[in-house]
Design a protein around this ligand. Structure first.
Ligand code: PMP
Length: 437
């Protein structure tokens, strides 16, 4: 391994001009971040010249890994013709048609620039449609940075309140109390408690926001019973059901929702549908999304965005999604099954209290004996955090990049050798940290 002098020096420069030395905390690691020089397929090479297998894929956004040749070629062609216009482009229309064709519940769609913006726009559309102020969300679920969407994402035992009445806990200091008062927090996969809580706000909830496989709650699927209960409650009480599929859209051709009998009113998307470029989208019922339509008088939810649907993102996204067809989804999900089975075997052989969760092309390793059932169950205590940090360092030293929760997201250039390397490295890592467990 090199001495990382270049990365250390770059970080010293970075700290002088950016708070924390970065524009997103995701890149930080101790004693300094590493800096990428290039990425090809599933390999990232840093400025020190070290190659790593990338299981993070820019936090689940690169479904085809780095620099896919067909995407690169398409984007280069579009770059020659301009990168953003104040007038429309044909590729925006074509890509909207392509996405609408992917899911029968997507009657209409608008593109935005990030998952945060997609979730925010869904919530604003729900408020505009229902003329109600509140949103409900699951405790601990990550949905981006919008004030309302982030409430209780980092709730802790000392402030989360009792099980029957979870508190609305702010993430950012200075979040207005009025924002907290307009967010109703429900527990994951607990239909009875969730409905009892929602009932207390039945005339004021505009929409219920749900991630079907919430990464921060342990990457355990929402149960059919939970999703159905929320669907029935929203229908009976004049509220909308909103799925956040910013990450989970990858799990089926039409999104994670394909595995449920329930259709949401709105779906937020992002990450992989940008083909490697910044993106978000909201799709769903035409009558709901009509709140963004300014053609019949002022829109109920006026919506703009300088770079929304820019042709670079549209080109890359459209190619990426064409390549991620039914066959590609199936192949990657089968590789995901093998990955989770291989990791479970490593845990068995290492004989440590750990487990693996996930679905489709996603996995998460937990250093606890049983898969968590809720955010409170998934909550990582300081001791476990230290063991996770040690395991992540081991992955990194053995040339694997994972997401800091010990999660990974496969990309289509991967095949069995990368998975074998991951599983063997996990086994070695678990043996190494076993004395700490
Ligand atoms: N929703 C979910 C489920 C996410 O995982 C994320 C990002 N990790 C977001 C929303 C926000 O997306 P973005 O970072 O593109 O704003």
């Amino acid at each position: 391994m090199p001495d990382y002098a270049k990365s250390a020096a770059l970080y010293e420069r970075a700290k002088k001009v950016m708070p924390g030395g970065c524009s997103r905390n995701t890149i930080l690691r101790k004693p300094h971040p590493v800096y990428a020089r290039r990425g090809h397929g599933c390999i990232v090479t840093d400025i020190e010249g070290v190659d790593r297998i990338d299981f993070a894929n820019n936090v689940a956004s690169l479904i085809h890994g780095h620099a896919h040749p067909v995407i690169v070629e398409g984007v280069k062609r579009q770059l020659d013709d301009g990168s953003a216009f104040t007038v429309g482009t044909e590729i925006e229309v074509a890509y909207a048609e392509q996405m609408v064709a992917r899911n029968p519940g997507f009657e209409m769609l608008r593109f935005v620039n990030s998952g945060t913006e997609a979730v925010m726009s869904c919530l604003k559309a729900a408020r505009a449609f229902t003329s109600r102020p509140k949103i409900a969300k699951v405790e601990g679920s990550y949905h981006g940075l919008y004030d309302y969407a982030e409430v209780s994402q980092t709730a802790r035992p000392e402030n989360w309140g009792n099980d029957d009445a979870p508190r609305s806990v702010p993430v950012a200091h200075g979040t207005p109390q009025s924002a907290l008062d307009d967010v109703v927090i429900i527990p994951f996969n607990d239909p009875d408690r969730a409905i009892a809580i929602l009932d207390r706000h039945k005339d004021t909830v505009a929409g219920v926001l749900l991630d079907l496989l919430p990464h921060r709650i342990g990457m355990v699927p929402a149960s059919e019973a939970f999703v159905q209960a929320l669907r029935t409650w929203t229908q009976d009480n004049g509220a909308l059901l909103i799925f956040d599929e910013v990450i989970t859209f990858r799990t089926s051709f039409s999104g994670a929702q394909q595995a449920y009998t329930v259709t949401p009113d709105l779906t937020a998307m992002g990450k992989m549908i940008g083909g490697g470029f910044p993106v978000g989208a909201l799709a769903g019922r035409a009558d709901v999304l009509d709140v963004m339509n300014p053609l019949n008088g002022p829109a109920r939810f006026p919506h703009y965005g300088t770079f929304s649907a820019n042709p670079i993102t549209m080109t890359a996204g459209s190619i990426a999604m064409s390549l991620f067809d039914e066959a590609a989804v199936q192949r990657l999900n089968a590789l995901g099954d093998k990955t989770r089975a291989g990791l479970a075997e490593a845990i068995r052989v290492a004989d440590v209290p750990a487990c693996v969760t996930g679905k489709g092309s996603m996995f998460r390793i937990h250093l606890k004996a049983a898969a968590p059932r809720s955010y409170r169950d998934a909550y990582v205590q300081p001791d476990e955090q230290r063991r996770i940090a040690a395991l992540l360092d081991h992955f990194f030293d053995n040339c694997l990049i994972l997401v800091e929760t010990c999660s990974g997201f496969l990309s289509t250039p991967m095949s069995q050798p990368e998975i074998d390397h991951l599983c063997q490295t996990t086994l070695d890592g678990l043996r190494k940290i076993k004395p700490l467990m």
